[in-house]
Design a protein around this ligand. Structure first.
Ligand code: CMP
Length: 138
């Protein structure tokens, strides 16, 4: 059982100046930032990252959106990290996200939903290793 999760602050949140407020919420919730990177995903990389959604109707638009501007990728550490982070960000659809959650506060739509959070320990490891070398996430 790992105590880490992986997150991205997505293009809409970066473009709208929400990096600082989102990181503050993450810190206030007790997560330690293990690794962090400001980067821009090319469509091929966004497509690879979200390959699990390849057959979904929103896949093409998702890849376009995720490569439309810079993002912030990070590995976060805390006890029960995956579950606690998903609580902190709220439901995928911001109209259903609980008040005070990151998506409730900062997300625009189900696609431009401000942040990503891994859905399992296994995926947290896979996603974190896509962005960060072994040394960076030591
Ligand atoms: P995320 O948690 O990063 O995982 C998959 C992403 O697909 C999701 O957030 C949204 O950005 C995007 N998405 C777009 N449309 C949908 C949809 N109808 N259901 C779920 N995810 C969607």
């Amino acid at each position: 059982m790992t105590n880490r999760t992986f997150t991205m602050i997505k293009p809409d949140a970066v473009a709208n100046g929400h990096i600082g407020p989102i990181l503050a919420k993450i810190n206030e919730a007790g997560f330690r930032i293990v690794a962090m990177k400001y980067t821009h995903l090319e469509p091929e990389k966004a497509g690879f990252f979200y390959a699990v959604h390849k057959e979904r109707p929103f896949y093409k638009d998702l890849v376009k959106y995720m490569s439309s501007g810079p993002i912030v990728a990070a590995i976060l550490e805390k006890e029960n990290a995956v579950e606690d982070f998903r609580k902190l960000i709220g439901a995928t659809d911001p109209s259903k996200a609980a008040p005070g959650t990151i998506r409730n506060l900062f997300a625009k739509s189900i696609e431009a939903n401000a942040v990503h959070g891994s859905d399992s320990d296994e995926n947290a490891e896979i996603e974190g290793s896509f962005f960060f070398s072994q040394m960076e996430r030591f």
